[in-house]
Every structure is written in structure tokens, then in C-alpha cells.
Design a binder for this molecule. Structure first.
Ligand SMILES: *[C@@H]1O[C@H](CO)[C@@H](O)[C@H](O)[C@H]1NC(C)=O
Ligand SMILES: *[C@@H]1O[C@H](CO)[C@@H](O)[C@H](O)[C@H]1NC(C)=O
Ligand SMILES: *[C@@H]1O[C@H](CO)[C@@H](O)[C@H](O)[C@H]1NC(C)=O
Length: 750
């Protein structure tokens, strides 16, 4: 069914007609157009499957043979005797165990390298078995060395006296590249040396945890959890019998909980609203077997607004992503849109393409903004409002850079251009072009931050944009190479008339980067991680692809940028640990409440792949030197921080005189595609008396758009851990019922 593209939206935006064929009912086999039972078994390119009948798999005790086309390799083995074993020796960084589940199945102990690591329950209440299920997975093994997996049947399960069985259908080994093997050893050495240096308070990097779904989008939602959102693909973490594409990551113990999502969130943006609810906006149509190896039960996400209500309990019970496409949706389809919270606490949804693909063009461009909740302003009736800037900045202008400014307007950058947008008058003021032909938005992706705002200069805003590419964005992919050099340029500008007239001030990073991530620390300094020295964003588009990656030469060493140092002394990588994990397209990094930097993702692939550069699930944690020092503490902080109002913090300071003391309010932002939308640091006015710090909330929603924030105290350059608060009154953003109704009447459910 192809709905006609004649829905009357203003400025002749039409709702994209995508096929609404029900693509999945839980019964589609990889690469098949025929309906058949869906199974999680998947061998990513670059991984190797070992069938139950492989001579390399050794069994101990009595195992029964089963033959059926329902099994991988048409065979499986099962056992119901306790203490029977199966063992595989392999070289690789990951291992998966596939087998069946039903009501006769029970517990097994999995041993890795001789150590028990998990008790797996293979029971399901079904009478008919679910085949080819992923029963255990681990992607955190050291590369280049030999490992064993041993599975021992326990023959029982809790609450039942019946003897139970387990089975083995296949093992899948993630081999990891040869270079990874060498580098892992290097990294282990560097972790060791970093640990040793902790006494001298150096930076350190450690690898711990896996995200289960690939980390394309990342936001810290509470003091204990991060939200991870991916696209629909063959992730190992499953829910409702199919791969998950969103998860909650426990920052304390690294456990993950899959989230149920209806629509495809590839490649959405997001923000918190003033009442603490997070929205995840936009995406891609249903994944079809034409575009991927399998269908997964997803709905079209192009117009989706996914709602994640505040979730502050450490158990994350009842925290779910919710979608009600018939009631809540955008008025137009958006893929690669940026979402920012504005001064009234609502979300501005900026640009994107009306259809997924690669570099933007006039045919698919959606050069408009819309709001959530929708607003009846500028005669829009809640429908998209044309933003000429997004039409004049083609082609390399997806995931535009945007920040709310302390005068209530917005800074935007796309391609080589920048402007200030006044949303209340719907007017654009162009700023000087970014110098030297550097493009800074997708797929010539750079990263940007609003530098810390301070009452001392009346919150004078300054923008920093780093990295990107000078590749001509009118060239077709076959004239662009993964080896084309990225840009090392950072451009800075204070946004007042005097400095705008002077234009962008240019400096150079020590290494060029496309797709960098810039993360503000509570100290006001900036860590830049991730990205590559050559190529551009995306996969499968340019020549000299590495695997499918359009970029190459990953930059493995972070660099620190101190915005307050003299121009030639701002960058430093001294004492910075080097990672062995390439983080190219679809990588993320964020500050966490503890003050460490969480680094995850990288997946320049259509679907999960283990070929260089493969799908990366491993998480790294970058610890700034302050993490190993004695740190001040906030013992109690208020849940609400009113604008201009005073509240008290109870603190514990480290012994000794403080030469400097600061209180900062931070938004960690919503991170995806090197866009750190909403990232913010505002210095707060305060007075201190003993263990009580009286702080004053930011003056208004221009300086800090109402919504969640994190308070840190910083004594002599050493920050405390952050405490979550809700800035402003905690009320929801303005709701205009007539605009909502108009959007629903004028558009169809996607
Ligand atoms: C991690 O912590 C959560 C609650 O904070 C708990 O429910 C979960 O069982 C823990 N997981 C592990 C693996 O320790
Ligand atoms: C515009 O982009 C879309 C999506 O990538 C692509 O399918 C189409 O061919 C492009 N059109 C032109 C004229 O380049
Ligand atoms: C916050 O406001 C949004 C938009 O009106 C609404 O969908 C959401 O439920 C609200 N959240 C809370 C916690 O009230």
C-alpha cells in the first residue's frame, strides 16, 4: 500500500509514503522473503559458527543426537544427565551459545577458561521448543589468545523436581582482528601502567561492560543508569524473542536491561523536557529483508516521538520507552534530526531528511523545524516551519549543530555555515562562515560545544567546533575516499557583535578528526575522544572502504582542551592513555555522574558485523586524574532548583584551605553522531559557610533551559560527584491542544 503524498502540510512538505506492508509478525528467517519462524541465531560477517557436530566440539557423558532442518547445520545434541559437559577451545574475543528452550529445559553452568561465569536457565514455559536461541554470550574476552567455553548440565531448575535437559545447537566465535589481538596486549600493559600511575594521579582508561545493543545514542538518565538507543539490527541482547535495539545500562554494576521499542530508532535525536521526561525523536522505516538480513518486528520510526518518563530508581523497574503513534508523532518524517530543549522547556526538532540514505540533497531534505509539544506559532498551526538555513546549507547538513543560547535564541551550524535563530520571531541571523572550507556536519562530521557560561561575564556565550572535513560535498561517493584527510581545525567564536565581526578564531588539534566527541568535564575543561584521521561518516558509500567503513585511521588517544589557557597551550595529550578500540561512525561518549567519561559504540555497518571495523559493544571508562584524588562530596542536594531561587547543599570538603571553589550545573546532553545537543555547563552563584553551600539557581530558562541538571562542587580543581536536580519548576512544557489536534488531523500515522 502506498499512501499518496498529498497530505496538506504548510510549505509543501509531504509525508513520505513508505510501504506499510506488515514486515514482521515474528516469523521471518534471515535473508528470506518467506514467512518462517524468526530465530536469534546469526553469524555476523567475520564471525565463525561451530555446529554441534563439529569435531572441534567435545562432549563428556551421554548426549543424544537430533536431526532436523529446524537446527543450525540440521543437527543438535541434548543431554538430561546431570554433570554432562560440552567444551570448545577457540581463539577470539567473543563466544555465543545457541540452543533450544522449552518447559523440559533447565539450568547449566557456563565456564570460561575454567572459571564458572554464569548459571544459565534455558527453561521456557512453552511445550513446543524455541529453536536457535542465544543462551549465553560474552564479547569481552582477550583477543589473540586461546579460550575455552565449557557448559555443564545441572539437570534441575528452581521450583521443579523434574530432571531437566540442555542442548547445544551451535557456538559462534567472534574472532576479532589480528591487530586487536596485538593491541589488546598493548592495552593491558597500558592499563597496568595507568593503574600504577594512579598514585601520581594520572589519567586512566579501563574496559568494562558491554552494551548488548550497539551504542549509537547515549544519555545519562539517573545517578545509576544510562539509556542506550540503537537502530534495529542483530544485537545479542534480546527481548520478546527478537533482538533489542535499546537498553538501560547500569553504571554501578554494568548490568543491562533490554527496553521494548516499537519503531526503528535509526538515527534519532533526543532531549529531556522541562519535567524530566526524555523524548527520542525520528528514525527510519521498517527494516526489510531487502536492506538487512532479517526483519525484527519494528514499526516505521520516521515520525516517531518515543517517550521515556523519568526513571530515578536504581532498579529501573517499570521504566519503559513508550510509543503511541496514533496520538503522539511528528508532523513530518525525520532521519538525522537534531533535538534541543529551548528556554520554555519544550523540544525544538531541527531538520533531517525525509528518508534515510546518506548525504542530504534537495529531494529528501526536510528544511524545517517543529516543536514537541507542537506550537501554534508563525501561522504554523503546529506544523513544520520552514528554516531557509537548512535549504541553503545542502548537502552536508544533517544532524545540524544546535545550542540554546543565554538570550533565548539558538546557535546553529550546518555544513560550512552558522547562524543565530530567534525562534520567537522566526528570524535567522547569519554568522561568518567557518574558515578554510571546513564542513562540520554529517557526513563531514565535526563536534561542537557551548563553552561554560558564567555570571561573571553575564553568561556571554562562546561556541567551539572541532574536526570535520574539507571534502567537497557535491562529489559522488565514488570520488570520495576513506583515506581523504579529516580536518584538525577547531573554530571558536564569542557570540556578541564585537566578536562576530572578528570572525571565527582558528586553532588546530594535535590530530585531525572526523566524528570526534567533545565532552565537557565539571572542571570546565573538555576531553575529545573517538573519530578518525581520514574519511567521512557513514558506511558503504565511498571508495577504499575498510570493511564497510567510510572512515579510517582511528584516533586512539584522547586529547584535553582547556578553553581558558593561552591559544598555543590549550591542547594536551600528556599522560593520556591510548585505547586499542577504534571508535568511528556511530560512537558516543558522555560524562557520567561520577565524573568519569563513558565511551561506547562504533558500528560503520548495515547490520552487526565482526569484520574490521566491526560492531563494537565494549565500553571504556576514561578516568580524569581527579578520580583518584580525595574529592569533595555533596551529601545532600535539593531535588528542585528554582530559577533565581536559593537552595542549600550540605557538603563535605577535603581537609585544608580551598584556594578556589566553584559550583557548576551541568547538562550531560543527548549524544549521537558527534552531536552533543543540550550539553551545558553553567557556573552558579554561591556562598559557603562551614559545610553548607547556599547556591542560587540560574537566573532563567535562557541561561539553563528548564529540565534535569547535575550539580557538582569543584574545590581546587577537584570536582565532587554530581547530584541530579530538576532546574526550574519541574512543570511540563507548554501544551497547545489546538496545535496537537491540527498535527494529528493533518498527518497520518506512519
Ligand atoms: C545490578 O544492580 C541492580 C540494582 O541496582 C540489580 O537489580 C542487579 O541484579 C545487579 N546486577 C548484577 C549483575 O550485579
Ligand atoms: C537524494 O538522496 C536520496 C537518499 O540518500 C537518494 O536516494 C537519492 O538518489 C538522492 N537524489 C539525488 C538527486 O542525488
Ligand atoms: C512531561 O511533558 C510531556 C509533554 O507534555 C508529557 O508527555 C509527559 O508525560 C510529562 N511527564 C511528566 C513526568 O509529567
Amino acid at each position: 500500500m502506498h499512501p499518496p503524498c498529498i497530505i496538506p502540510l504548510i510549505f509543501s512538505i509531504c509525508v513520505l509514503a513508505t510501504t506499510t506492508e506488515p514486515a514482521w509478525d515474528g516469523h521471518v528467517t534471515p535473508a528470506s522473503l518467506q514467512l518462517a519462524p524468526f530465530t536469534p541465531y546469526y553469524v555476523p560477517p567475520g564471525a565463525k559458527s561451530y555446529d554441534s557436530s563439529s569435531p572441534l566440539v567435545s562432549y563428556k557423558g551421554r548426549w543424544n543426537y537430533h536431526y532436523s532442518t529446524a537446527y543450525v547445520g540440521k543437527s543438535a545434541r541434548s543431554t538430561s544427565d546431570p554433570n554432562t559437559e560440552v567444551l570448545l577451545t577457540f581463539v577470539g574475543t567473543g563466544i555465543e551459545w545457541f540452543g533450544s528452550r522449552d518447559n523440559r529445559h533447565g539450568l547449566a553452568t557456563v565456564f570460561i577458561d575454567g572459571k564458572p561465569v554464569e548459571e544459565v536457565d534455558t527453561y521456557s514455559d512453552r511445550i513446543r521448543p524455541l529453536r536457535q536461541q542465544r543462551l549465553y554470550w560474552n564479547f569481552e574476552l582477550q583477543g589473540g589468545v586461546s579460550h575455552t567455553i565449557k557448559i555443564v548440565n545441572l539437570g534441575k531448575r528452581p521450583g521443579s523436581k523434574r530432571r531437566t535437559m540442555i542442548d547445544l545447537d551451535a557456538f559462534v566465535v567472534t574472532r576479532g582482528g589480528a591487530s586487536d589481538a596485538v593491541q589488546s596486549r598493548d592495552e593491558d600493559a597500558s592499563i597496568l601502567s595507568a593503574r600504577k600511575d594512579i598514585s601520581t594521579s594520572a589519567w586512566s582508561l579501563s574496559r568494562k561492560g558491554t552494551t548488548g545493543v550497539h551504542a549509537m545514542q547515549l544519555a545519562i538518565i539517573s545517578s545509576t543508569h544510562a539509556l542506550i538507543v540503537d537502530k534495529v539490527e542483530h544485537n545479542p541482547l534480546t527481548i520478546d524473542g527478537h533482538p533489542a535495539w535499546s537498553a538501560l545500562y547500569n553504571l554501578d554494576n554494568h548490568s543491562i536491561k533490554p527496553l521494548r521499542m516499537q519503531s526503528n530508532s535509526f538515527c534519532a535525536g533526543g532531549t529531556f523536557l522541562s519535567n524530566g521526561t526524555l523524548i527520542n525523536v525520528g528514525g527510519n522505516p521498517v527494516v526489510e529483508s531487502r536492506t538487512s538480513a532479517a526483519d525484527f518486528g519494528d514499526l516505521n520510526g520516521l515520525q516517531a516521538i518515543r517517550i521515556f518518563e523519568p526513571c530515578d530508581s536504581s532498579s529501573v523497574a517499570n521504566c519503559e520507552m513508550q510509543e503511541y503513534h496514533s496520538r503522539i508523532r511528528m508532523a513530518s518524517p525525520r532521519w538525522y534530526n537534531t533535538v534541543v530543549r529551548i528556554n520554555d522547556g519544550s523540544a525544538m526538532i531541527i531538520g533531517g531528511a525525509r528518508k534515510g540514505g546518506w548525504i542530504n540533497n534537495a529531494t529528501v531534505n526536510n528544511p524545517t523545524i517543529e516543536y514537541y509539544p507542537p506550537k501554534s506559532i508563525h501561522s504554523s498551526g503546529g506544523l513544520p516551519i520552514r528554516l531557509p538555513f537548512l535549504a541553503s546549507t545542502l548537502n552536508s547538513n544533517l544532524f545540524p549543530i544546535a545550542f540554546s543560547l543565554p538570550n533565548g535564541k539558538l546557535f546553529m551550524a550546518a555544513n560550512r555555515d552558522a547562524m543565530i535563530y530567534d525562534w520567537e520571531t522566526n528570524t535567522e541571523r547569519y554568522l561568518p562562515q567557518i574558515p578554510n572550507g571546513v564542513r562540520v556536519t554529517y557526513p563531514m562530521t565535526g563536534t561542537a560545544l557551548l563553552l561554560p557560561l558564567s555570571p561573571e561575564n553575564d553568561y556571554l556565550p562562546e561556541i567551539l567546533i572541532c574536526g570535520g572535513s574539507t571534502v567537497d560535498d557535491t562529489k559522488p561517493g565514488y570520488e570520495i575516499s576513506s583515506q581523504d584527510p579529516a580536518s584538525a581545525q577547531c573554530s571558536r567564536m564569542i557570540l556578541d557583535d564585537e566578536h562576530i565581526n572578528l570572525g571565527w578564531q582558528v586553532e588546530q588539534m594535535p590530530e585531525a578528526r572526523v566524528m570526534p566527541d567533545a565532552v565537557l568535564l565539571p572542571t570546565g575543561k573538555i576531553v575529545i575522544v573517538n573519530g578518525g584521521r581520514s574519511g567521512i561518516s557513514g558506511y558503504g558509500n565511498v571508495i577504499d572502504q575498510i570493511g564497510a567503513s567510510n572512515a579510517d585511521n582511528p584516533v586512539l588517544r584522547p586529547v584535553l582542551y582547556d578553553p581558558l589557557s593561552p591559544p598555543t597551550e590549550r591542547f594536551s595529550s600528556e599522560g593520556m592513555p591510548t585505547s586499542s578500540i577504534p571508535r568511528l561512525y556511530h560512537s558516543v561518549a558522555t560524562l557520567t555522574p561520577s565524573g568519569s567519561v563513558m565511551i561506547a559504540g562504533s558500528n560503520p555497518n548495515l547490520d552487526r558485523s565482526e569484520i574490521k571495523y566491526g560492531t563494537e559493544y565494549r565500553v571504556e571508562w576514561l578516568f580524569p586524574p581527579y578520580m583518584s584524588l580525595k574529592r569533595p562530596e555533596i551529601l545532600a542536594a535539593p531535588k528542585l532548583l528554582p530559577f533565581g531561587g536559593t537552595v542549600q547543599l550540605r557538603v563535605q570538603l577535603v581537609d585544608g584551605n580551598q584556594n578556589s571553589f566553584q559550583v557548576v550545573l551541568m547538562d550531560f546532553g543527548f549524544v549521537t553522531h558527534a552531536v552533543h545537543a543540550n550539553s551545558r555547563l553553567v557556573y552558579l552563584r554561591f556562598s559557603i559557610q562551614g559545610n553548607i553551600v547556599t547556591i542560587q539557581g540560574p537566573p532563567n530558562g535562557n541561561v539553563y533551559p528548564p529540565g534535569p541538571g547535575w550539580i557538582f562542587i569543584v574545590a581546587d580543581g577537584v570536582p565532587s560527584e554530581g547530584k541530579k536536580t530538576l532546574v526550574g519548576g519541574g512543570q511540563g512544557p507548554p501544551v497547545d491542544q489546538s496545535a496537537i489536534e491540527n498535527v494529528l488531523q493533518s498527518t497520518t500515522v506512519d
